[in-house]
Ligand binder design. Structure first.
Ligand code: GDP
Ligand code: IMO
Ligand code: MG
Length: 419
C-alpha cells in the first residue's frame, strides 16, 4: 500500500475508524493530522468496542506506529485516560508518538466554548463541547500552549500568565496559575516518552519506503473553509489538511480515499438538504444506532446526497470511495438518492458556495427499489442482491469514482472488497 489519506466524505461519523483499523494492517504507520477529542472513531473486534478520540485507530495492531501530528489539538487529560484505558484492556501503547508542536486544549477552552454557545442562543453550532474551537483560536492568535511547553516549567509559566491575563480581561474569568501549572507539568511528565518531532518521523518513514496512512477526523462538510460554515469544526478535515497537519509536502501523498455512509448523518446544528424528518429517519437512526460516539447525541439522518459526494470528490481529489453501513438500508421498500438540488426554478448539480442555497434548496431525488435482503452476512461482492449492486453503481456514477470497499456491519470482518 502507498501513502494514503482517508477522509470523511460527508458530515463525519462515516465509519472512518473501522476502515482505518482494516487498512492499518497493510501499513507501517497511522497518522492523525487535525481535530481533537471531538472525534469518536469506533472499532469493533470480537464484539469488543473501542472508541478512539485522539489515538489513531491503528493502535489495535501491534507494531504499527501511531502518530498524533502537529495539526491535532490535544487535551492531555483525555489522551492519558485513553492510553490508560487501552492498557487496562491489554492493548500495548508503546508505538505512540505525539508531536511536540501540537496545541493543548485547556479547561478554559471548554469554558469559553460554553459561554460562546450560550451567547449564540438559537444560532448555536451544537459543538461537541471539547474546547476545539477556542483551542484553534488560540493557535491562530499565537498565544496557544504547545505540547513541548508542558516539558518546560519556565515557558509554561510564561504562557499561562499571558493566557490567564487575557481570560481575566476579555472574559472576566479568574483562574489560578499555580493549580494549572502543576497539573499541566504533571501531564507533561506522563506524556514525555511519546513526545517527538513527528514531521521528521513521518519523513524518515517515507524515506525508508514505509507506507503511511493518514486518518482524517470529522468530514468534508465540517471543514472550516469548505464546509457548511459557520456550522463546521475549526480545522481542515479535507485532504489539504494533511500537509500542514503533519509537516509533509503534497508530492508525498499517493492516494486519497473518501469514506461515505450509504445514507447521510449529521450531528449538531446546520444545513442538511437531504434530512428525513419522520418514520424513515427513525428507522435509519435505530437500525444504524445513530448516536454520537463522543457526545451520545442522536444523529440526524437523511438520504444519500450525490451533490455532496461530487463536492467531496472535488475538494479532496478523491481517487475512490469506501462505502459503509449498506446493511442499514436492508429493510427499506424504496431508497432515494439525491442527484441535484432545486433552488428557485434552477437545477443545481454542484454543491453551492452560498449558505442561503443550502438552507432553502430542495433535493431532487431518484427513487430506487430496496433489495429487502440481509446484506450483513454477504462475504463476496458477487453475492450482493442485484438491486443493492444497482444502488452502488448509481453512487459511483454520481460521484464519478469507484467504490473500493463496502462495509456491511460494525465488526472488523464485515467488509467486502469490490472488483
Ligand atoms: P467515524 O467517526 O467515522 O469513525 O464513525 P463512528 O465510529 O463515529 O460511527 C460509525 C458507527 O457505525 C460506529 O458505531 C460503527 O461501529 C458503526 N459501523 C461502521 N461501519 C458499519 C457498517 O457497515 N454497518 C453498521 N451497521 N455499522 C457500522
Ligand atoms: P468524527 O471524527 C460528527 C460536529 C459537531 C458540531 C461541529 C462543531 O467522529 O467523524 P466541534 O466540537 O468540532 O467544534 O463541533 O462539528 N463534529 C462532528 N460530527 N463527527 C465528528 O467527528 C465530529 N466532530 C465535530 O457535532 O456540529
Ligand atoms: Mg465519529
Amino acid at each position: 500500500m502507498s501513502n494514503t489519506v482517508i477522509v470523511g466524505a460527508q458530515w463525519g461519523d462515516e465509519g472512518k475508524g473501522k476502515i482505518i483499523d482494516f487498512l492499518a494492517k497493510k501499513v507501517d504507520a497511522v497518522v492523525r493530522f487535525q481535530g481533537g477529542s471531538n472525534a469518536g472513531h469506533t472499532v469493533v473486534v470480537n464484539n469488543e468496542k473501542f472508541i478512539f478520540h485522539l489515538i489513531p485507530s491503528g493502535i489495535l495492531h501491534p507494531g504499527k506506529k501511531c502518530i498524533i501530528g502537529n495539526g491535532v489539538v490535544v487535551d492531555p487529560k483525555i489522551l492519558i485516560a485513553e492510553i490508560e484505558d487501552l492498557k487496562s484492556r491489554g492493548i500495548k501503547v508503546d508505538d505512540l508518538y505525539l508531536s511536540s508542536q501540537a496545541h493543548i486544549v485547556m479547561p478554559y477552552h471548554m469554558e469559553i466554548e460554553r459561554l460562546e454557545e450560550e451567547q449564540r442562543g438559537e444560532g448555536k453550532i451544537g459543538t461537541t463541547k471539547r474546547g476545539i474551537g477556542p483551542a484553534y483560536t488560540d493557535k491562530i492568535a499565537r498565544r496557544g500552549i504547545r505540547v513541548a511547553d508542558l516539558l518546560e516549567r519556565e515557558t509554561l509559566t510564561q504562557k499561562l500568565k499571558i493566557n490567564l491575563e487575557f481570560l481575566k480581561n476579555f472574559y472576566g474569568l479568574n483562574l489560578s496559575l499555580k493549580n494549572a501549572l502543576e497539573e499541566y507539568l504533571q501531564y507533561g511528565r506522563k506524556l514525555k516518552r511519546y513526545i517527538t518531532d513527528t514531521s521528521m518521523l513521518v519523513y524518515e518513514l517515507m524515506r525508508e519506503g514505509k507506507n503511511v496512512l493518514f486518518e482524517g477526523a470529522q468530514g468534508t462538510l465540517l471543514d472550516v473553509d469548505h464546509g457548511t460554515y459557520p456550522y463546521v469544526t475549526s480545522s481542515n478535515p479535507t485532504a489539504g489538511g494533511v500537509c500542514t497537519g503533519v509537516g509533509i509536502g503534497p508530492t508525498r501523498i499517493d492516494k486519497v480515499l473518501g469514506v461515505a455512509k450509504a445514507y447521510v448523518t449529521r450531528v449538531g446544528e446546520g444545513p442538511f438538504p437531504t434530512e428525513i424528518k419522520g418514520e424513515i429517519g427513525e428507522i435509519l437512526k435505530n437500525r444504524g444506532k445513530e448516536y454520537g460516539s463522543t457526545t451520545g447525541r442522536p444523529r440526524r439522518c437523511g438520504w444519500f446526497d450525490g451533490v455532496v459526494l461530487r463536492y467531496a470528490v472535488r475538494i479532496n481529489g478523491l481517487d475512490g470511495l469506501i462505502l459503509t453501513k449498506l446493511d442499514v438500508l436492508d429493510t427499506l421498500d424504496k431508497i432515494k438518492i439525491c442527484v441535484a438540488y432545486k433552488y428557485k426554478h434552477q437545477v443545481i448539480r454542484e454543491f453551492p458556495s452560498q449558505p442561503r442555497i443550502w438552507q432553502e434548496c430542495e433535493p431532487i431525488y431518484e427513487e430506487m427499489e430496496g433489495w429487502k435482503e440481509d446484506t450483513s452476512k454477504v462475504t463476496r461482492s458477487k453475492d450482493l442482491p442485484w438491486k443493492a449492486k444497482k444502488y452502488l453503481k448509481k453512487i459511483e456514477e454520481e460521484g464519478g469514482v469507484p467504490i473500493h470497499l463496502l462495509s456491511v456491519g460494525p465488526q472488523r470482518g464485515d467488509l467486502l472488497v469490490l472488483d
